[in-house]
Ligand binder design. Structure first.
Ligand code: ZN
Ligand code: ZN
Length: 368
């Protein structure tokens, strides 16, 4: 048995309950969670933006200790500390072999359905009802079982709170700037949305040698954090027209690269309009899947020669990027301690969701 926070009903708080957890099967690993971040995508499941059918153990930003391995597992062993990737990445399929591990054909579908790679879950209720596990992970639990290809071994001296953040917010945000976008040295960059992911996009832009890094948000506290991790300018979008302010900071031209890290059509449009001719706009936030937008292909794309790109999981090869991010954290160039707003217990997960919904907090982390 293991204690977990279960999504049982749309738009209702998660329920804390004891669940059965099966032993790891072939190619699977059982993990005692050390920490799990509470990410906006967890909230997106509860409000229906990301359709995972309940009941499901949410949580996908986790790190912990391997406590058992199934047959055939060679990349980790009992006692190893690991970061869990919410896209299992096999390293050998069509997309993995083209450096698009974030779209891994072995892992992506299972991860969308909330199951393991064989389309079944390892969690169940006392009456035997199967309970899905978000992104083949389910880190809102004391223990979980995940595919071995989701595990990246990390040094024992990295705190689990930090390692957990790397599993989603850091890989996604930093990767958007480093893997997905084409930022050249001295480029002016704007990041719309300075939450748990956007703050890491700012750090990725800094890593790439961007010139001005302009953070846009509506919460002053988040903008202060943005400045502390590398934003050179901050704009509170509730004070006047944010597009005009970006134009004023970029000689009326617009940013070379704009990132939208919220997931609303209105802010995607705004980010696109903040982008200069010939520049690129990267959508990192996940909009509701039933939303559409209109563009003028002649004006927006041909004549202005703008590029609009999507970014899934920071375009990350997790087996390459997690060790890189850990070493940058250790040498002090990647700031992660600053990103943790609050450490909580599993039972407090709903209050963390409420605070995130209110937009006032960058990251709460569950410590087990
Ligand atoms: Zn996430
Ligand atoms: Zn693959």
């Amino acid at each position: 048995m293991t204690k977990a926070a279960v999504y049982a009903t749309l738009n209702q708080p998660l329920e804390i309950m004891e669940l059965n957890l099966m032993d790891p099967q072939v190619g699977e690993v059982r993990i005692a969670l050390g920490a799990s971040g509470v990410c906006h995508s967890d909230l997106s499941v509860i409000n229906g933006t990301l359709p995972i059918p309940p009941p499901a153990v949410l949580g996908h930003e986790g790190a912990g200790t391997v406590v058992a391995v199934g047959l055939g597992v060679t990349n980790v062993k009992v006692g190893d500390h690991v970061v869990i990737s919410w896209v299992p990445q096999c390293g050998t399929c069509y997309t993995c072999s083209r450096d698009q591990g974030e779209l891994c054909e072995t892992g992506a579908t299972a991860s969308m359905f909330g199951t393991m790679l064989d389309y079944t879950s390892r969690f169940s209720m006392k009456d035997g009802t199967a309970v899905a596990q978000m992104s083949a992970s389910g880190t809102f639990a004391e223990e979980t079982v995940v595919p071995a290809i989701s595990c990246i071994k990390i040094p024992d001296d990295v705190p689990f709170q930090i390692a957990a953040l790397i599993g989603c917010g850091v890989l996604t945000g930093f990767g958007a700037a480093v893997n997905t976008a084409n930022i050249r040295e001295g480029d002016n960059v704007v990041v719309v949305g300075a939450g748990g992911v956007g703050l890491n996009t700012i750090q990725g832009a800094k890593h790439k040698g961007a010139g001005k890094i302009i953070a846009v948000d509506m919460v002053d506290g988040k903008l202060e954090t943005a400045a502390s991790v590398g934003a050179t300018h901050t704009i509170n979008a509730s004070n006047g027209d944010a597009i005009e302010q970006v134009m004023a900071l970029t000689d009326g031209r617009g940013a070379d690269v704009a990132f939208e890290v919220i997931g609303f059509p209105a802010t995607i449009r705004q980010s696109f309009d903040m982008t200069r001719k010939g520049g690129e706009t990267v959508i990192v936030g996940v909009p509701r899947l039933d939303q559409t937008m209109e563009f003028n292909p002649g004006m927006d794309f041909v004549i202005a020669e703008k590029t609009l790109k999507g970014c899934w999981y920071g375009g990350a090869n997790v087996h390459r990027d997690v060790p890189m991010l850990i070493s940058q954290y250790k040498n002090g160039s990647l700031k992660l301690d600053e990103l943790i707003s609050r450490e909580i217990k599993l039972e407090e997960v709903n209050s963390a969701m409420d605070e995130m919904h209110g937009g006032h907090i960058a990251r709460s982390v569950i410590v087990y």
